[in-house]
Write a protein that binds this ligand. Structure first.
Ligand SMILES: NC(=O)CC[C@H](N)C(=O)O
Length: 703
């Protein structure tokens, strides 16, 4: 018998229980104060924690420690130092000090800094984030940290994320005070990111250069069967997949990651894992670990886990739905409608603040999920379109209408109250419908931001969301702060009414895929930033720069560096894709087609040598088709190469121009080449085709 789940859960985490056991009482209290209120950590406390951590880590077989951080890539970074410290007599002791715990100084010059530092300025430092627990993985103690340049500029995603949580906390508490709430001291944002992924057999994967280099297929004709039967969604788990999911859960649980739900998704070979929600910065760390462990566990099962947003054309892509809310230290979810009129008022203030925030900063939210991969996913196959809008459901929409029109809300579940015309409506929670075409959907007591791509960190979207909501709450506070208590209800009502009128354009409960909606959205003045190069320039728009700098999320320099990094990443991704496609066509597919044509021609000639009058029309037809396709491919490949070189040349001078060239020219060149390649693929036998088909890849996990 193995260990029970409660026994293994968090067994590799330096969690609260271990801290209480291992730390002297006063040290434990001081640390808790730092974790909960962000107070400064004294060196004696850090020393005490370091000793406890080291002891605990050694007991669990650890030999090294690492400051784990999240540079401005989609990955995490780590450099391992052993605990050994040589003694004069040629022995070693295992040593770890408070100073080493609190601060590291990695030579971090090779990480993207977007011009914040030149490569020769190697210095950067990592600072312990005590709000996210340390853990052990592969015999190393992992210490979650924030990563800054020596002059204090953020070089990671953690620092701005913590800043955004901080600013939202400050503004939310101020508003709660105005509304008469005297108990709440702290609010946290919470996130539960649903993670979608594909599993393919490793042996097949190894034969696909596109998957290896780009994470997505660049060629591949549709399989005879795709997702049209809708028989995979929630379908019985195949034993090999079930075994994988079981191992994955167990590894995640050991790390204290609350993996809760697992199921087959809509596309063949697609699956999902959803954790219970957590404080945002912990959820961000956990999601990074989840992605890493998904890949590692897959390898043990001779499979590969694909986290790309659109690994296969024509079927669903993979998203990461960000279930977001705000909760108080008194245990109240601020997006829960509640049961009393006061709770309803509080809820409506936060709800309407989110609506305004999403409308005011729709462009930033779009940018926060923008990547080359996600561009292929958005707008089809159950992924939301690029236009950011909010789904509220019928009931809440009615509630807002009632406020707008100074009417009583008389809908389902409403409680009538006859105490004057301008009273806020009282209603009870109603579980809203699901709308899979909505980018930002209210789901009863939280918002589901569905635009996030499966491979990206959840940090960026949450940084924007937290900051935008903080800004609106700040504006609300400014409007309400001088209102006498007896007039507060009316003032809140007026503020909500005005905000609803100004921002209801962002609410849309219908089908986000239709052309009518795109037209309507344009009429409403909403952004439709279709691709990453369309979206990115808005990152440095004045209003956005003002938002992010005034809340001290980014300095001007940090903001511009992130803009550069995003553009650079887009350009490099497209460059790799174009190069990979060229290689597949030139080195693999065209030679295979030639081999096959040779065979056909030989067969035809051979047939004729035996029976001179025999028909060779089948061979002739195939030869003609393949010749035409090869010629088209060769011609389009030349264009692709030429345009790629041009876009690459531009990259050295003007990154945005280069990104636009890749998007508008190189991508369509690639599509052209692919069209011929896929048409040829269906004509040649699998034994000659240099890569496995969609059919094989998608239905490879058969037992
Ligand atoms: N069932 C679903 O929610 C599918 C979601 C879809 N895979 C996406 O990209 O977001």
């Amino acid at each position: 018998m193995g260990h029970s789940i409660p026994e293994i859960y968090g067994s590799l985490v330096f969690n609260d229980k271990i801290m209480r056991e291992k730390l002297p009482k006063d040290m434990y209290k001081a640390l808790k104060k730092t974790i909960e209120n962000g107070t400064h950590l004294e060196l004696d406390v850090a020393n005490s924690v370091a000793v406890a951590m080291k002891e605990w880590a050694l007991e669990h077989g650890a030999t090294h420690y690492t400051h784990w951080f999240q540079p401005m890539t989609n990955f995490t970074a780590e450099k391992h130092d052993s605990f050994i410290s040589p003694t004069v007599d040629g022995q070693v002791i295992m040593d770890f000090s408070g100073k080493e715990l609190v601060k590291g100084e990695p030579d971090a010059s090779s990480f993207p800094s977007g011009g914040l530092r030149a490569t020769f300025e190697a210095r950067g430092y990592t600072a312990w984030d005590p709000t996210s627990p340390a853990f052990i993985k592969d015999r190393t103690l992992y210490i979650p940290t924030a990563f800054c340049s020596y002059s204090g500029e953020a070089l990671d995603k953690k620092t701005p994320l913590l800043r955004s949580m901080d600013t939202l906390n400050k503004e939310a508490v101020k508003i709660l005070r105005l509304l008469g709430n005297t108990e709440v001291k702290h609010i946290n944002t919470t996130v539960g990111p649903e993670q979608e992924y594909f599993l393919v057999d490793k042996d097949l994967y190894n034969k696909r250069k596109d998957l290896i280099f780009c994470g997505r297929t660049l060629v591949g004709a549709p399989a005879p069967k795709g997702q049209e039967m809708e028989d995979h969604y929630f379908g019985t788990l195949k034993p090999r997949v079930a075994a994988y999911m079981h191992d994955l859960d167990e590894e995640l649980w050991k790390l204290g990651i609350p993996a809760k739900t697992k199921h087959n998704e809509v596309a063949p070979a697609q699956h999902e894992l959803a954790p219970v929600f957590d404080t945002t910065n912990v959820a961000v760390d956990h999601n990074q670990l989840t992605m890493e462990i998904m890949k590692k566990v897959a390898a043990k099962h001779n499979m590969v886990c694909l986290l790309h947003e659109k690994p296969f054309e024509g079927i669903n892509g993979s998203g990461k739905h960000n279930n977001w809310s705000m909760s108080t230290d008194t245990g109240v979810n601020l997006l829960d409608p509640g049961k009393t009129p006061a709770e309803n008022t509080q809820f409506l203030v936060f709800l309407v603040a989110v609506i305004k925030a999403v409308d005011d900063y729709a462009d930033l939210l779009r940018i926060s999920v923008a990547s080359a991969g996600n561009d292929h996913r958005l707008g089809a196959n159950e992924a939301p379109p690029a236009v950011v809008s909010i789904f509220l459901g019928d009931e809440l929409t009615e509630v807002l209408k009632a406020i707008e029109n100074d009417e009583f809300f008389a809908g389902h579940g409403a409680v009538q109250m006859d105490i004057g015309a301008k009273v806020l409506p009282h209603f009870v929670k109603d579980n809203t419908d699901r709308n899979r075409t909505s980018p930002f959907a209210f789901t009863g007591n939280k918002f589901e931001f569905r635009m996030l791509g499966s491979s990206s960190s959840v940090a960026n979207p949450n940084i924007i969301l937290n900051t935008a909501v903080a800004e609106v709450l700040h504006q609300f506070y400014e409007e309400l702060k001088d209102v006498p208590a007896e007039n507060m209800d009316t003032a809140v009502h007026e503020l909500l009414k005005k905000t609803i009128i100004d921002h209801k354009r962002v609410i849309f409960n219908g089908n986000g895929y239709t052309d009518e909606w795109i037209e309507e959205a344009e009429k409403r003045g909403l952004y439709n930033l279709v691709s990453t190069p369309d979206a990115l320039p808005h990152f440095i728009d004045e209003k956005n720069e003002k938002l992010l700098t005034s809340h001290h999320i980014f300095t001007d320099a940090e903001l511009h560096s992130r803009y550069e990094i995003k553009l650079d990443n887009y350009v490099k991704t497209l460059h790799i894709e174009a190069g990979t496609l060229a290689e597949i066509i030139q080195k693999d597919l065209l030679p295979s087609i030639t081999t096959y044509m040779e065979k056909i021609a030989q067969t035809a000639a051979l047939k004729k040598s035996v029976v001179p009058d025999i028909s060779v029309s089948a061979e002739a037809s195939l030869l003609t088709q393949l010749t035409e396709l090869s010629e088209a491919m060769t011609k389009d490949l030349e264009t692709l190469k030429k345009d790629t070189a041009m876009a690459e040349y531009e990259a050295g001078k003007d990154l945005l121009k280069s990104a636009k060239l890749y998007q508008s020219v190189v991508l369509s060149d690639m599509e052209k080449v692919r069209a011929s390649a896929d048409a040829a693929e269906v004509l040649i036998p699998d034994s000659i085709l240099p890569y496995p088909t969609y059919g094989k890849l998608l239905f490879s996990i058969s037992d």
